[in-house]
Design a protein around this ligand. Sequence first.
Ligand SMILES: Cc1ncc(COP(=O)(O)O)c(C=O)c1O
Length: 357
Amino acid sequence: MSKNPEDVIRAEIRELKAYPVPDSTGMVKLDAMENPYRLPPELRGRLARLVEEAALNRYPDAGAPALKARLRRALGVPEGMELLLGNGSDELIQVLALAARKPDAAVLGVEPSFVMFRMIATFAGARYVGVDVRDDYSLDIEKLLAAIERHRPGLVFIAYPNNPTGNLFDAGLIERVIEAAPGLVVIDEAYHAFAGHSFLPRLARQPNLLVMRTLSKLGLAGIRLGVLIGPPRWIGELDKLRLPYNVNTLTQLIAAEVLEHGSVLTEQAAAIKLERSRLLRELQRVPGVTAYPSYANFILFKISQAGRVFEALKQHGVLIKNLHGSHRLLADCLRVTVGTPDENTAFLSALTRSVDA
Ligand SMILES: Cc1ncc(COP(=O)(O)O)c(C=O)c1O
């Protein structure tokens, strides 16, 4: 009788490390691309009243029609396109990976990019193919097209802007990937609020394109809501893999209400973009730092002895993300989320002290 994990759990799962979430208690938290601003008190009061009235004894509204209608308007979903909602976009990546997993089919992504593309493909038992970007973090289109030809992936993920590099890939090159791909191409626009560029208008022209969004980076990371947008013939199939009631009642109520006051979030995003410019300028002034321009709400930068600097920042009470060791193109790289002006100043001052140490 088999009673050991080795006999039951797949080898590739046993080899995985769980997605790391470090303890940030009491720290300036600039590691997870959250919006640093809370909602205004008046809106929070409105949400409290909605929660008070919510029928928590009932299952959530399975199809979430009210929320979908708000999302259509707020995101500018093109006519004729359908929505699939997830418990964060992570869950939508999982639905996609499960749906596309065939014994011989590959899931393809560029590297470095959002780590969950690779991890979730592995969870689903799919063969993941990672194609490195160029040294300047732009798409290596020749390598990509060759990998598509060779592996014929059922699913391609491209983050636009990319995480952790912060750049927007060339849209013309992405179009070539969409045309060459034999299956679906998912453009993950998690950071759209800070980029302004989108593939949504291309949905009608590209039959194998899906666009993914999330409310997480916009200011609602705590309620977990991701949105996949595309033609009904794709979304209808994917919807079969969604667990019933995956978007809970509180998420539905809160998201719909906040979207009704959507300008709050766009004003916060505008403040974050302003701070992003300042943070980039000031980072570029720190001796030994190479900081990369970003279309997202974080900045990637290179600094010698990144691991030591990361630890020193922690000692100074500032938590960012250490990417050193995660990919050859991220050697000596750290990623900082854009926070409030005070948080960014605290980070810059801690960084200067860490470099001098
Ligand atoms: C490119 C990208 N997609 C998706 C996500 C996850 O978003 P969610 O909070 O909606 O699961 C992240 C989070 O860092 C991300 O960087």
